[in-house]
Write a protein that binds this ligand. Sequence first.
Ligand code: TRP
Length: 351
Amino acid sequence: MDQPESDFSGSEIILSKPRVLSGIQPTHDSFHLGNYLGALKQWVQLQDSHDAFYCVVDLHALTVETDPKNFKHRTLVSAAQLIALGIDPNKSTLFIQSQVPAHNQLAWVLECITGFGEASRMTQFKDKSQKAGSDRTVVGLFTYPILQAADILLYQAEFVPVGEDQRQHIELTRDLGQRFNNTFKTSRPVFKIPQPHIVKSIAKINDLQEPTAKMSKSSASMSGVVEMLEPADSIMKKFKSAVTDAGKEIKFSEKDKAGISNLITIYSALTGKTHDQIEQEFAGKGYGDFKIKVAEVVIETFAPIRTKTNDLLSDPAELSKILKAGSAKANQVANQTLSDAYAALGVVQNG
Ligand code: TRP
């Protein structure tokens, strides 16, 4: 095997792990199977090989109208679920965005170098604002991607694990970081320019009732959305009534058999079995048998997560301690970057 090239042969090299940062909005009482297989499972995998920062982006969730009681619960239940599904606070820095004021502070700075037209071209903003109409669209939705850029740039993140739908926001983040670095030159660039970490092979899970549409909490009905904190019998019921296709073979074909293919994707992601192996395992069996089997592995995966989430929520002092430690570390990193950005801008700072 080739030896890695090194200019430091003989001396000890301490290679720090590459940093990743990602965030998830606490907009619901539970994450769902699509969140889990499409993103969160990958967050867990990355925490060993990377210096991971994960945040519950509650400020972003304020762009959606919420009841204060729900908001508080959803923020905490989101953090608890992340821990329960395997984000280890001893390995990763887990925190709540609003507990790190530098996010808002840097967001303002970045807003001052973002073009109005540039922000207007964000497709998520365009879609959402078109649906709601301009009188019902809040300005926070317009500046949302700039706050997201601040989330990322503050931590000097190298990679941002996200889904394809976030690519444009990461592009904007890169543009803003580069623009700042070029405009406000210092001996060392203020921001690291991050890269999106969009894994093509990652499982994209569709709605069980509408298997050509992504599983999403904003879909018309919850009957095709499987929640992480849902009771086992309810999960089983949803799988049993999953929409399947004409024919009776368990065969992967997104085009002709969207329903069965979605179930195969779920089963494969949870068991590590390939599509071929699954087709063989269920050769000669009916859709009904397969649906039950898929439901069983989902239930098996989610049951311990549900228990652990409830345990964490029943000990608010402990959860709060974990989050406090996370935000202390996050504040340290974020404040250093903010201070460098202010210095580059010529903002007077005390001390
Ligand atoms: N916009 C992201 C989403 O909806 C959430 C998010 C906010 C985020 N800040 C982030 C993702 C920073 C990655 C990095 O999925």
